[in-house]
Design a protein. Sequence first.
Length: 421
Amino acid sequence: MSRTSPAFPIALLLLVMPAASVLQFRAIAPLALVALVATVVLAWRAEKRVPAPRGAPLWAALALFGWAALSALWALEPKRALLDALSLGGFALLGAAAAGAVARTSDAAKQRLALWLAAGLAMGVALAAIDYATGNALRAAVRGLREAPATLGFGIKPAITVFAVLLPLALAAPIALWMRAALAVASVAVALWLPAESAKLAILAGLAGGGIAALAPRLSFRLVAAGLAAVILAAPPLFGAVLGSGFNAERLPPSAAHRLVIWDFALERIADRPIAGWGLEASRAVPGGRDVAPESALQRLHLTSPASRDWFARPSAQRLPLHPHNGPLQVWLELGLIGAVLAALLVVTLAAAARRRPATMGALIAAAVVGCLSYGVWQGWWIALLLVLIAAANGLPRRSAAPVGAGGASAVRPSPAPGSP
């Protein structure tokens, strides 16, 4: 691939990002920003014009972030809400422009991008396995630590998330079937081995979703689009019905039970402002979020054993530490019903753009699972990863030469490129 190709910065990023996410996942955001800007610059130099961002997902995203910017008028932290909304909107424009530029590159450049993606994922999976087997020695070394503290192991979770969302795309690379099978088995095995529960579900869901999309593309598109939209729009009554059904959280590990306590509190605050929400990033400052769970909440979730009482009495067991660990609930909490409708529109347009490409549908499903179980929905590294994911999906080859490692086997069956975001 020529270094002047607009696909080169994204391909290079995909080669190094899985390994970088193992060593320090916060590097994803700056690396992605540099790659996206470089892609747009190279496209401008090649086409003699700045690539115009376009596509239904972009307009849906801008509508969502526009509403988020407006929420600064009533947000608990107005300046943060406005600046973050503008930043998210700008990031979406940049990502859409870069994705469009990658989509217009040659088939040869797209094939190389897919190969580098597969190679990067393989290196990242191997590095994660080595680090975990050595007690996080690699991650401790890059931080200048002689010994890895016990808490360092939790930082590997975002890396497994990166593996989960990239694996479906990597399996579309023009490599031999045995190579794809080995990559899938290794990725899943490492994900199941390492401590990252939501990423484990995501990597399995992504593979299953991609497989179903290959067998029944129209049905899978309708199910994914309708399912994701329904989860977002019906999140408060859905979670309320589950938590109010007498669910016994005592049977869960403390960390999982804490997640239910967080969701229970988020539902209370959503009910206070159901239409417009508390404003973007209000999860950090919503009243009562720093308190420990009251007796009534623990009783409602059957967290009544002495061990549970002791665990939830700790100052760290806050009712809402930074964010709800659930994308739909966070959107409802901060942006209300209006924001939820716009977010549902966004996921439907993304599903529509992915409907002709099973690999992209699998990646979308994996990302949706992570978004429903982990991380703040507006975190910079997570948004950066999603934008890179979209650019990579637009860079999948429409047809490939003989797969690498196939000994001159027949070409991979042609398939249409995904719609530009």
